[in-house]
Design a protein around this ligand. Sequence first.
Ligand code: NDP
Length: 283
Amino acid sequence: MSATIISGKEISAKLRGKIKEETHALIQSGITPGLAVILVGSDPASTIYVNNKEKACAECGFYSEKHVLPADTTQDELLHLIERLNNDPKIHGILCQLPLPEHISEEAVIRTIRPEKDVDAFHPVNVGKIMVGDYDFLPCTPAGVMAMLDECGIDPRGKHCVVVGRSNIVGKPMSMLLLHRHGTVTICHSRTKDLADVCRSADILVAAVGKAGFITADMVKEGAAVIDVGINRTPEGKVVGDVCTAAVAEKASYITPVPGGVGVMTITMLMQNTLKAAKMQLK
Ligand code: NDP
């Protein structure tokens, strides 16, 4: 078998087309969706992500603000900026690029962003809403994965879905979304026993580990759909996922590439959340 490649680029282009249309209509009624992105320090990967988010805003017709703060910015200064953006009517979504320098508490930052402007869906209020299945925003990466599955007609209902990774940003919410869609979900982490066996039993396998080439072909069931969330940089500077793509593609029915897979979908979902935030605040 040779897997069908699920192109995040193609699905994103389609979704962004719809976002642009809706944005155009919203602008006619006097509201331009606005996103503020905050970057503290100059981490090269974070700088690329922030620049890509800014470009996506321009593409969708949004208003955007980029706040690049020095690495020695104090927590108080950062929280003060967030408070100002919380009260700025031009801004409907606020995103603070993680990770933050060690002297700043990520939790304090996440809790300071008003839940209705929390387009990353990291605030405990939004996390709780996701748990109960009654949410305003879905976290961007898991939402992007669900959009990819939907686009390919891959229905999690009744399937064994294995998520490797349990972070608050990816693994946990990913598992919850698959559960909401009636998947039978197993969450794996660094203490999971017989990980390869668990992965081999997956109909849908989501890798969110952060280790290049972690998922090898022998860990994948024939015909499984394999979603690679990982973004890793090799010593040569190449961007690769968590999955040995070429070998796994020989066994899987579907596979997502890196780059051009989940990463681009994540940004598209951020645009979708910002548009939704603008509509909610209009009401
Ligand atoms: P974290 O480091 O927060 O979480 C990694 C998870 O992998 C942890 O739950 C950890 O387990 C688990 N893990 C680590 N080693 C093993 C192992 N040997 N066996 C089983 N599980 C293991 O990472 P994130 O969730 O933030 O990100 C994961 C990857 O996804 C990264 O490459 C990141 O760059 C990428 N990413 C991509 C995005 C995109 O848009 N495509 C967006 C966000 C992240 P434990 O909890 O036990 O430590």
